[in-house]
Design a protein around this ligand. Structure first.
Ligand code: ARG
Length: 378
């Protein structure tokens, strides 16, 4: 598929942070987080001229907010980095804003975002010093500073879209802890804890467990890697869990999750080592719809997915290899990495708004956007 956008670095700073260039239709993606707010405002506006009127044009998170606020003011990274655990109680109190700014932009037929709460862990100790998936190459050094900047821009993108991001402190000796999605899986205030397959990551489970102090927490018996292998669709069939197995999570953990969380769990067998976690091959686009790459699943699991999700957005192998399915969606904005341009076009054709964020350094560990963002479902 032909990419609609021309992506190239246009504005290097001494820090190597990259800027994504505007596409031919006047839209853009994420801007340099390191330029000043006023400079950012000018550059973003220049690059996104006309974006406000293009309902389904890819926009930056910043631009979404600036447009909605109607005064182009930047809400410059106001969230503080804390290690606090949100209350597990239900209710609206956890979200300060009454609605996403984007709601003001709604017109008939547009997709509705839902405010989310996320957990992320900064790549302060990120390295690739062992190989537990095919993407990890210990011979290529990681640029830890760049990884941290890319991670910070993703976090800021999520908060700029109106979501709340909690931050888990990184721990030395746990280089993969940045992949926060693997630490647990929560549904309606109940947390099913993780139990990692490889000893190198085992201690991450305890760090996540401490975060969920005020939640109903179930310690797992079986190996499972949290949201890496579990996805939740609250509006599909009354609330459905999709679960992957074949490389990391044990099938027995699927039954365990069903007992803990009280939702039907659909087991899907992953067959391609390049797509070793479910979240590398399938993503929730909203509360009932998924995108997936069929070739990552066994033929029988492909039939199951086709039966349950006839309206799915189908990705191809190139999309999956670009980690285009390793996305985070709020039901309207779909956050993808900047390599996944073709996948961005596919979700746009399905009515969503792609928001591209550079996260290349974290691909070295075998993960992208979704891997570093756990959704908290109080
Ligand atoms: N290096 C990590 C591992 O192999 C990457 C985890 C990616 N996380 C994810 N949710 N797919 O475990």
């Amino acid at each position: 598929m032909i990419c609609a956008g021309v992506v190239r670095p246009v504005q290097y700073s001494s820090t190597n942070a990259s800027v994504v260039h505007p596409t031919a239709d006047g839209s853009m993606m994420v801007v340099n987080p390191l330029i000043t707010p006023s400079a950012r405002s000018r550059s973003t506006r220049r690059f996104t001229a006309g974006a406000e009127s293009e309902t389904f044009t890819p926009i930056s998170a910043y631009e979404a907010r600036a447009s909605a606020d109607n005064n182009a003011m930047i809400r410059w990274s106001t969230a503080s980095m804390r290690n606090d655990s949100p209350p597990a109680s239900k209710g609206k109190s956890c979200f300060g804003r009454p609605s996403l700014p984007s709601l003001y932009l709604m017109s008939h037929g547009e997709r509705l975002p839902r405010e989310r709460m996320y957990l992320m862990c900064p790549p302060e100790h990120f390295t690739v010093e062992y190989t537990i998936n095919p993407w990890m190459d210990t011979t290529v050094p990681v640029d830890a500073g760049l990884a941290l900047k890319q991670w910070a821009l993703l976090r800021e993108t999520l908060t700029d879209l109106g979501h709340r991001v909690h931050v888990l402190d990184a721990e030395p000796g746990l280089p993969d802890m940045v992949y926060a999605a693997n630490g647990a899986f929560s549904v309606d205030g109940t947390v099913y804890g993780a139990r990692f397959r490889y000893p190198q990551r085992a201690d991450e489970a305890a760090a996540h467990r401490r975060f969920y102090q005020s939640w109903a927490f179930a310690e797992p018996v079986h190996v499972n890697e949290g949201e890496g292998d579990f996805a939740y669709l609250p509006e599909a069939y009354g609330g459905l869990i999709l679960a992957g197995y074949g490389f990391r999570t044990e099938p027995a953990a699927h039954a365990e999750a069903q007992e803990v969380l009280g939702r039907p769990v659909i087991s899907l067998r992953l067959v391609d080592p390049a797509f070793y976690h479910l979240d590398t091959a399938l993503a929730a686009l909203d509360d009932r719809r998924v995108a997936y790459y069929p070739g990552a699943f066994s033929p029988a699991s492909q039939r199951v997915l086709a039966q349950l999700f006839p309206d799915a957005v189908l990705a191809d192998r190139a999309d999956a290899e670009e980690f285009g399915l390793n996305l985070v969606s709020d039901g309207r904005h779909v956050i993808l990495n900047t390599q996944a341009m073709a996948m961005g076009e596919k979700v746009r054709a399905a009515g969503y708004t792609p928001v591209h964020v550079e996260l290349g350094e974290l691909k070295r560990g075998g993960g992208s956007i979704k891997c570093v963002v756990a959704e908290l479902r109080p």
